[in-house]
Design a protein around this ligand. Structure first.
Ligand code: NAI
Length: 528
């Protein structure tokens, strides 16, 4: 069987709320006649009014002609009852997130539409297999998971339930493609791709806060200014709503039989209990009262800049700093050597994190010196503004100012954090990579689709698998192994896929040099 949606085919959207209205916009913009149905009186009129206002703004900005805007709105017609959508070739459901109600509504839909029409659900947390299981002909039911705001966000997760006909998935992928979206295929698994793989972005940040490694301001500043993320995790939780974010975490945790990597955090629960839900409540991790100035991360004060820096052994991902030091007029000598790659100046050993703490290096006398500092992952040296640094407990007082001077020479603020395994950015990115590698291993999606989903659905600066390849899977595994040893928790078990790549030198994204067709990420910050 093949299933194909043509531009003249009618698309019905059930639910005219935030998502349904956006999806109706997308389908109408692609030329389809759209039928919009909602149980609440006035919901469709409100959705059309908002859509018209949005299109008017596009007309004013010159992005759309007045004629096209009016034609788009006219293609969307209200439907009063399910019987009225019988002509639809595709029905997309975006109603309340309840399995029983979705099954009921979709069963009614199945009874009126043609046998070869397809039913899609926009659910973000329910199993497509479970939804389809309650509907006659489950093979024609799939997930079509848009991101908010649907007209702007390019990503669509096309989700197969256990019984979904592959031809239906192919047809939905082609339709999403024709609508100018970037479809990714995924199996019906907890959180699909984005809401599963993104969990450590929040979960590890909350653990860093809980362990006193750094405060929310510092963690956010490092994730943006060193990690290259568009927003820090605490600011993003505030934007999405802590209650919404906690609900997604809890749902994924429950559905994965309490996988410790997805465990919700008590600090977040406490914030929700206290009503500190984020921007919508006026306070969350940050205070949004008028006139309140958000604190900023405090940089360490730089001391005197050393004249010469020695690069000892391969710095790997951190090698980019060397060219910048040279450009800044610092003499850099290179010495081949074993052990972890590091920089030496004024008797100080500055190590690119591999998950060991500075205190551990000093205690083990790795470098025969107590003056050890460790620095965190920087995604792009030329774009970064700061870097996290931890100093060994045994180190002298001159270590931090001297390290701050070296980073200052290349335009980076050194931000001191507690000496902990993997520091901040490397710890979060390693855990993201491990969860992503596992998602590929257990068949959630292909490696290319996982990376595309995370770049386009959450605006990450790189897909977690291509990022792990760039860092070296062996480095990511080392970081996770040190975290696991330090905390004794299964939460930090490295994905077997990551460990195998580290053992064989294979890439997690062998295809990445062939495929280069992804649209650019949007400037929008997504919501869960
Ligand atoms: P919403 O509350 O804004 O809109 C839901 C609409 O469905 C309301 O207008 C409501 O009157 C209508 N509705 C409820 N039961 C109905 C029924 N039995 N028949 C017809 N209409 C009915 O909700 P939102 O945020 O648009 O979410 C809809 C779906 O999309 C949910 O499954 C949600 O999980 C999913 N989703 C939400 C995202 C978001 O960021 N809000 C992102 C991606 C998916």
């Amino acid at each position: 069987m093949t299933w194909k949606l043509s531009p003249a085919d009618t698309v019905a959207v059930i639910g005219a709320g935030t998502m349904g209205a956006g999806i109706a916009h997308v389908a109408a913009a692609a030329g389809h006649p759209v039928l919009l149905l909602d149980a609440a009186p006035g919901a469709i009129a409100a959705a059309v009014e908002q859509l018209t206002a949005r299109l008017d703004r596009s007309v004013v900005k010159g992005r759309l002609s007045d004629q096209d805007a009016r034609a788009l709105v006219e293609r969307i017609q209200p439907a009063d009852a399910i019987a009225d959508i019988a002509s639809a070739r595709l029905v997309i459901e975006a109603i309340v997130e309840s399995l029983a109600i979705k099954q009921q509504v979709l069963s009614e839909v199945a009874a009126v539409i043609a046998d070869d029409a397809v039913i899609a659900s926009n659910t973000s947390s329910l199993s497509i297999t479970a939804i389809a299981g309650g509907v006659p002909q489950p093979e024609r039911v799939a997930g079509l998971h848009f991101f908010n705001p649907a007209p702007v966000m390019p990503l669509v997760e096309v989700v197969s339930g256990a019984l979904t006909d592959p031809a239906v998935v192919d047809g939905l992928v082609a339709a999403a493609d024709a609508w100018g979206k970037r479809p990714v295929r995924c199996a019906s698994t907890p959180g699909f791709i984005v809401n599963r793989v993104a969990r450590p972005f929040y979960g590890e940040s909350l653990r860093l806060l809980q362990e006193g490694v750094a405060d929310p301001t510092t963690i956010d500043a490092l994730m943006t200014g060193a990690g290259g993320f568009r927003m820090g995790p605490f600011a993003l939780m505030d934007l999405v709503g802590l209650d919404v974010n906690l609900a997604v975490s809890t749902s994924v945790y429950e559905q994965t039989a309490h996988d410790p990597r997805f465990a919700p955090n008590v600090l977040q629960q406490a914030q929700v209990d206290a009503g500190r839900l984020g921007r919508k409540a006026g306070a969350g991790w940050y205070d949004y009262s008028p006139d309140v100035v958000h604190p900023t991360a405090a940089p360490s004060r730089p001391g005197a800049l050393p004249e010469t820096v020695v690069e000892h052994g391969p710095l790997g991902w951190a090698h980019g700093i060397v060219g910048m030091l040279v450009a800044a007029g610092v003499d850099v000598d290179v010495v081949d050597g074993g052990g972890p790659g590091h920089l030496i100046f004024n008797g100080i050993h500055l190590v690119a994190t591999d998950g060991r703490t500075a205190t551990e290096h000093a205690a083990e006398a790795t470098f025969g010196s107590a003056d050890v500092a460790v620095f965190d992952l920087v995604h792009d040296w030329s774009a970064a503004s700061r870097v996290a640094v931890a100093v060994a407990d045994q180190a002298g007082p001159h270590v931090l100012p001297t390290v701050a001077a070296v980073f200052g020479a290349v335009g980076l603020d050194a931000i001191r954090v507690e000496d902990s395994p993997g520091l901040v950015v490397m710890r979060i990115v390693s855990q993201l990579a491990s969860v992503a590698a596992d998602a590929r291993l257990v068949g959630v999606a292909s490696a290319a689709d996982i990376d595309a989903a995370m770049r386009l659905g959450t605006n990450y600066p790189a897909g977690p698998l291509e990022w792990a390849d760039a860092l070296g899977p062996e480095r990511v595994v080392a970081v996770l192994d040190h975290l696991r040893a330090a905390y004794g928790e299964d939460r930090y078990r490295a994905s077997l896929a990551l460990r195998r790549a580290a053992q064989t030198g294979a890439r997690l994204r062998p295809d990445q040099f062939e495929e280069n067709a992804d649209p650019s990420p949007t400037t929008e910050i997504p919501e869960e």
